[in-house]
Write a protein that binds this ligand. Structure first.
Ligand SMILES: Cc1cc2nc3c(=O)[nH]c(=O)nc-3n(C[C@H](O)[C@H](O)[C@H](O)COP(=O)(O)OP(=O)(O)OC[C@H]3O[C@@H](n4cnc5c(N)ncnc54)[C@H](O)[C@@H]3O)c2cc1C
Length: 313
């Protein structure tokens, strides 16, 4: 009898840790939350797994999103998204997905808290991880002069002295864009690696190129200077780190998902990948890394997933 009881308890705990969904969304940023709002409002059982505090938007203030009055606090925006998604029936799990398998027509997903989620459609909205400089002062001054998004933040540096740090085309294009706002612009690059076209645009601009390694970012309430590895320094108001970013695509790499030349998930206009039932939205699909694009793609992915689930049910 005690053996039977323990077997029954094991089966019970296994069943309790197994959850079923029509649509599972990985990512609780603007792309994932918008996808969930559309899917759950269409009466499709929807689960979101992800942490809003890990969204790229969590520490940002945005003022380029349509129809907002003034500046919008990223964290508050995400909290509203969570409540809105829940109000339509979305279940939100603040966990991390460790593994994703596709077995026949279903996705099996495993979380860090031991849950197994089985879903008919999967939406990947895992954002990107920005490459960091990894120097003293960098973390401390994020949002106080250190930025990873020139498209988003160049406007805040109107009339200031700004340095862009990076080696490749994104750094040079960013420096050229930033120059339209800043009073003085520097490109800090140990080994510039760009083609002839960008190189000549850079030469024709007033951007000063400095070949230095960076040791530290210093300041008080805000960024004030860059300290180089040879101990010299440069007074700046802002530092844009443009060292590229990695899409969080590792989770689905075993499924044969097609990526574009830059390593982002490839989708069609319905946000479908080449794997049936797998959709992607937001930064994980590549630049521009903007909330407006993420929300738009999330909407399309949510609607497409619902259509797919109805078709296979
Ligand atoms: C400092 C800063 C300032 C910015 N300013 C602006 C701006 O002014 N205007 C603008 O339009 N955009 C701005 N952006 C960009 C904007 O924040 C992003 O484009 C947007 O957040 C992307 O949305 P997303 O949903 O694709 O990804 P994210 O918002 O990054 O969300 C990714 C989600 O995936 C989850 N996730 C990842 N891996 C896993 C896993 N294994 N398991 C579970 N969950 C996982 C994370 O927890 C997170 O919830 C800024 C970004 C930064 C960093």
């Amino acid at each position: 009898m005690p053996i039977l009881k323990s077997v029954l308890l094991k089966v019970k705990s296994l069943v309790e840790s197994m959850v079923f969904a029509d649509t599972l969304v990985i990512g609780a940023g603007p792309a994932g939350l918008q996808a969930a709002i559309y899917a759950s409002r269409s009466r499709s059982k929807t689960i979101v797994v992800g942490k809003t505090k890990l969204s790229g938007l969590a520490k940002a203030h945005i003022e380029n999103y349509c129809c907002i009055d003034g500046q919008l606090q990223g964290s508050g925006f995400l909290e509203n998204g969570v409540e809105q998604a829940k109000s339509f029936g979305t279940e939100i799990l603040e966990q991390e997905i460790l593994k994703v398998d596709k077995v026949d027509d279903e996705f099996k997903v495993y979380t860090d808290e031991g849950m197994e989620i089985i879903a008919k459609a999967l939406i990947l909205a895992t954002g990107v991880r920005r490459n960091k400089l990894g120097v003293k002062g960098e973390e401390e001054y994020i949002g106080k002069g250190v930025s990873y998004c020139i498209d988003c933040d160049a406007y805040f540096f109107k009339g200031k002295t700004v340095a862009v740090v990076g080696e490749g085309p994104a750094a040079v294009s960013g420096a050229l864009l930033m120059r339209a706002y800043a009073q003085k612009g520097y490109l800090i690059s140990e080994r510039l690696d760009v083609g002839e076209r960008l190189r000549s645009q850079l030469e024709a601009s007033e951007i000063e190129i400095l070949q230095h390694g960076i040791r530290e970012i210093q300041g008080d309430q805000k960024v004030r200077r860059l300290v180089f590895t040879d101990e010299s320094s440069l007074d700046v108001d802002g530092v844009f780190v443009e060292l590229g970013q990695k899409g969080a695509v590792g989770l689905v790499s075993g499924m044969g998902v097609l990526l574009n030349d830059d390593g982002y998930i490839m989708t069609n206009k319905s946000q479908e990948t080449n794997v049936p039932g797998l959709f992607a939205a937001g930064d994980v699909c590549g630049p521009p890394f903007q909330v407006a694009k993420s929300v738009g793609e999330g909407c399309v992915a949510g609607l497409s997933a619902v259509k797919y689930v109805r078709k296979i049910k």
